[in-house]
Design a protein around this ligand. Structure first.
Ligand code: ATP
Ligand code: FE2
Length: 355
């Protein structure tokens, strides 16, 4: 058994998890028939394991990587995940029980070193528990957890996080990307601007707070091309603007400009698809001004607007476990030979087998 792990993972980390697990928890007993999935998330800064069933989050444990200086260093973040994954998994199994039906993990998109570390742990755990492995698309997990935790059923989703900014909607067997960033994600744009202005990482929430103290709006580049948008020009212009203007005014103007771009594209996707719901997903979705602007647009069009609880917006293990559960029930399994991570895994590459 150990040899098999070594061959597949070539990582002592896997052995560590397996050994501890065998010693402490693995009794090989299935206690009930309700689907229960363990999900592992670790695409970037947040390492999180959760166990969910159809109704609730049974257990969730998180360890957050905080860079000493600057933004996320992929190798440092991966080292953080390697150091903590054993503990995070053990705590989750202790709280949530060991009788899970499958182990789900983020197969991509994300930072390569982080993805590989967490995938190694997921493979080892699935082999140890003798349950199937399910590789999930991280972006779709943000969408599905939002549908689970709100009354939304078939929304146009604005998914806004650090690395990603996309407008998605389900159509003919896939989540289609109706619009997306042509360069950096809105979260990374806010964080980059924040760092330039001397704010600690992540800058997004600090920019939101400062924006509330603004006295005026300063025009900044508004870039929507077709159904896509772009944030790097805006970020550079906002940084430049700090030479002549107060930080709260620039924060406010940055937000107003960037969010107006996002709302415009979301509205056009709604008009095109004729869907009656908008869902907000991803870490930047915690921003109350973005929520307000989307709510106004939805009220104007007479459609419903949904925002999940904040804990389900940023990266979390529950969303991976929940999408794993949907896929598990639909009969989807990931063979070890297909479990390689994909840092550029697009949501429209994944076939939606569960709807
Ligand atoms: P993904 O892999 O999906 O790109 P991620 O690793 O960027 O995810 P998330 O937790 O989805 O992680 O999003 C983190 C981002 O959310 C950071 O860029 C952070 O600045 C931003 N953010 C968090 N809260 C707020 C807020 N209130 N306003 C604006 N941005 C915010
Ligand atoms: Fe995310």
């Amino acid at each position: 058994m150990s040899l098999l792990y070594v061959k597949i993972t070539e990582k002592p980390l896997a052995l560590k998890i397996c050994d501890t697990y065998f010693r402490n928890y693995c009794h090989g007993v299935r206690e009930n028939h309700m689907s229960k999935i363990l999900g592992l998330e670790g695409t970037a800064w947040n390492l999180s394991a959760a166990i969910v069933d159809e109704n609730e989050v049974i257990a969730e444990t998180t360890a957050t990587y905080k860079p000493a200086t600057g933004g996320i260093h992929p190798r440092e973040a991966a080292q953080h995940h390697a150091n903590n994954v054993s503990d995070v998994v053990m705590k989750t199994l202790e709280k949530g029980g060991r009788n899970v039906n499958a182990v789900a993990f983020s197969q991509g998109p994300g930072l390569g070193p982080c993805l590989r570390t967490v995938a190694t742990a997921a493979r080892a755990l699935a082999l140890t528990l003798d349950v199937p492995l399910i590789g999930v698309n991280h972006c779709i997990a943000h969408v599905e957890v939002g549908i689970w935790r709100t009354a939304a059923r078939d929304p146009v989703t604005l998914y806004v996080s650090g690395a990603n900014s996309q407008v998605l909607a389900y159509r003919k067997g896939r989540y289609r990307v109706f619009g997306e960033t042509l360069d950096i994600g809105i979260g990374n744009a806010l964080d980059k601007f924040g760092r330039f202005a001397g704010l600690a990482h992540p800058g997004g929430p600090k920019v939101e707070e400062l924006a509330k103290k603004a006295a005026r709006y300063i025009p900044l580049p508004y870039t929507v091309k077709g159904m896509d948008f772009s944030f790097s020009g805006l970020t550079t212009a906002a940084q430049e603007s700090l030479k002549k203007n107060d930080l709260p005014d620039v924060c406010h103007s940055f937000q107003e400009t960037a969010f107006a771009m996002l709302v415009e594209v979301t509205e056009r996707a709604v008009a095109h698809t004729e869907k009656k719901e908008v869902l907000l997903a991803g870490g930047v979705g915690a921003n109350t001004r973005l929520q307000e602007m989307l709510r106004i647009m939805c009220e104007d069009r007479g459609i419903r607007f949904y925002v999940p609880e904040k804990r389900f917006m940023g990266d979390n293990g529950a969303m991976i476990a929940y999408l794993g559960l949907l896929m598990y029930r639909a009969g989807y399994r990931t063979a070890l030979s297909d479990s390689r991570v994909n840092p550029n895994y697009r949501p429209d590459d994944a076939e939606v087998v569960w709807r």
